[in-house]
Ligand binder design. Structure first.
Ligand SMILES: [Zn+2]
Length: 212
């Protein structure tokens, strides 16, 4: 569902550009709204969310899908935690669909899906691991790297239940905006994947903006 935002980027209290293949980690306070902006188009932002008060409570794909009775995320979606609490609400979306089924890329999945020689390529799981290692203050460990959301990624499910990674439906300037319903740690891998169309075979920067 396409829903525009009324928020003015010039009034944002925080803005950060995240380079192609880089990570982003930041705490968003309850009531704040943040936007992930696809600056150049066709860029997947592989994202994990945690309750800042207790990071063992985190985004849960299965609870979210069950509660909204839909596989895709868009404006109106309430993201649920593994304790079935409300974590975030998608309040604006100019892309229209985001995946939470396909999972994030890892060196292991690159090896299985593409080629043994792809093992040394950058992957989202490594970016998350680097983030939690370089930011010990969040108290996150390897066990906290669980299922995620792929913002801007197009993973349609076929009538037969099949899963395919398709060319992106995002474009330059498209964005998704979420309101924090509790204090939330946001951990993004700006996906470096080069072996499938999730980044249009050309990873590019995103920008994160926060209001409130
Ligand atoms: Zn990735």
């Amino acid at each position: 569902m396409i829903k525009q935002s009324l928020l003015n980027p010039e009034q944002a209290v925080f803005r950060q550009t995240v380079g192609a293949g880089d990570y982003f980690i930041h705490t968003v306070k309850q009531g704040q709204v943040f936007r992930i902006l696809d600056l150049e188009g066709n860029q997947a932002a592989d994202t994990l969310f945690y309750s800042a008060a207790d990071t063992s409570e985190r985004y849960s794909a299965m609870d979210t899908i069950r509660e909204q009775s839909n596989l895709y995320l868009t404006a109106g979606s309430i993201l649920k935690t593994n304790e079935n609490n409300d974590l975030l609400e998608v309040v604006a979306d100019t892309c229209g669909r985001h995946d939470t089924v396909g999972g994030a890329c890892a060196t292991e999945s690159n090896t299985v899906r593409y080629d043994l020689e792809k093992r040394c390529m950058h992957a989202c799981r490594d970016s998350w691991m680097l983030a939690i290692q370089e930011h010990e203050e969040y108290g996150l460990s390897k066990a906290d790297i669980t299922h995620n959301i792929n913002f801007f990624m197009n993973v349609p499910v076929t009538a037969e239940g099949g899963l395919t990674f398709e060319d992106g439906i995002s474009g330059a300037g498209k964005y998704v905006e979420l309101k924090a319903l509790m204090d939330v740690v946001v951990l993004i891998s700006n996906c470096p994947q080069l072996n499938n169309p999730c980044n249009g075979y050309n990873p590019t920067p995103i920008e994160v903006l926060v209001w409130g």
